[in-house]
Design a protein around this ligand. Sequence first.
Ligand SMILES: [Zn+2]
Length: 498
Amino acid sequence: MAGAKLSDADKDKLKELNKEEATLGAKFTAQLQAAGKGLKNTTQQPELQSMTDRAKREELFKKSWNRAEKGDANDTRKIISRIAQIRSAQAALLGFKNYAAWKLQNQMAKTPEAVEDFFSKVIPAATAKAKSEAADIQAVIDQQKGGFKLEPWDWDFYAEQVRKAKFDLDENEVKPYFELNKVLINGVFYAATQLYGITFKERKDLPVYQEDVRVFDVMDKDGKQLGLFYCDYYKRDNKDGGAWMDNLVPQSKLFGTIPVIYNVCNFAKPEAGKPALISFDDVTTMFHEFGHGLHGLFANQQYPSLSGANVARDYVEFPSQFNEHWASDPKILKNYALHYQTGAQMPQALLDKIKKASSFNQGYIFTEALAAADLDMQWHTISPGSPLEDVDKFEAEALKKTNLNLSYVPPRYRSSYFLHIWSNGYAAGYYAYSWTSMLENDAFSWFQENGGLTRANGQRFRDMILSKGNTEDLGKMFFNFRGHNPDIKPMLKKRGLL
Ligand SMILES: [Zn+2]
């Protein structure tokens, strides 16, 4: 797949192309950093939500939108049209009709056509919802006698007012019910015990790399040690942002190793003696990362390269996003969402509010992500030998072609500052986020149809999905579990788009 069987002449050609791509990718990153100083990498900027001066909002939005298109030394457009051209030439040398066809051959989707088909099914629902959200926002603007038509720089400012009126959720009301240790033991671990029969025991005798890190023995249903789980939840100055899972030791029959997994988050550390109270988003993150953890813990492979979470990009977030669903399962919630002082269960009204809040702004969020994913796919399906594209023209036509050209929902990343795809390894891969959302929601709907949270259902998911790593065709694996190919409806329903 990387050209080992090419003729010497073609190998040389490919090497030249690879070299030029790497150089341009680095140049792109450097220019973007210089052009985007003080800006977040997304199109929308967090400050827009609270800026009352409309002219200032427009100014900031345009600064973001045009950051890499000023015609100066940091203009990235020439670079990206050349990178797209190079990639199509690489694909041609390797015998593929375009770059995406080469890149997707070992992914679950397999072909760009499968991804485009997926887009064409979800775009109507996403944009319809975005349009209805836009109507809500326009109503607020009109009510306040704004006298203007909604533009992208108005969206977050007015959406925030809609959120407060319709979906308000006071974090301070919620947090006392989510104490980190209870969430971990009575929520995350408890759900895994209910579903998979595994149990956990804290180990104080094992070394840790930092004093807040905790280690647990993970025992299988027969009491045998399955692996070790390390968790490192608090923010520190010398720690990267975000949350992630990885293996310290991967499972492998070849090397006779059992998995040692860790989860990292960035929650604020409480003062000594005070409980760590976290938001429902943070709770969801813990379930998410532990879902990756289960993929690693249940791994049962010969080769580490195919073990556990070493799967395709459009599949790897399936177990983790799937595991998030248990955070709001009534039986699990009842066990962990307890007031840290009184021990009282979370009132139903508050639970309902949390649920409702999760559907806020989903039309916008989904549409902007699809627009970015669609741009990515169209840049990487250009034919070998195509001329250098005019970036703005290409982008406008691409979005128009797929009905993603809503004036008030710009793509989450514009071509000229889409770092993921030009130099961060996500080329022809940004669709994966939405694709896996389809998988996990459809898999969860299987549980809903078959009695929900039971040991038998959990065992089936473990046997057919979580223990298999990358050793079977991913599409077949999903089909065997679900009984049909992935369906978009459960995802649309979860997001409030159906
Ligand atoms: Zn993840």
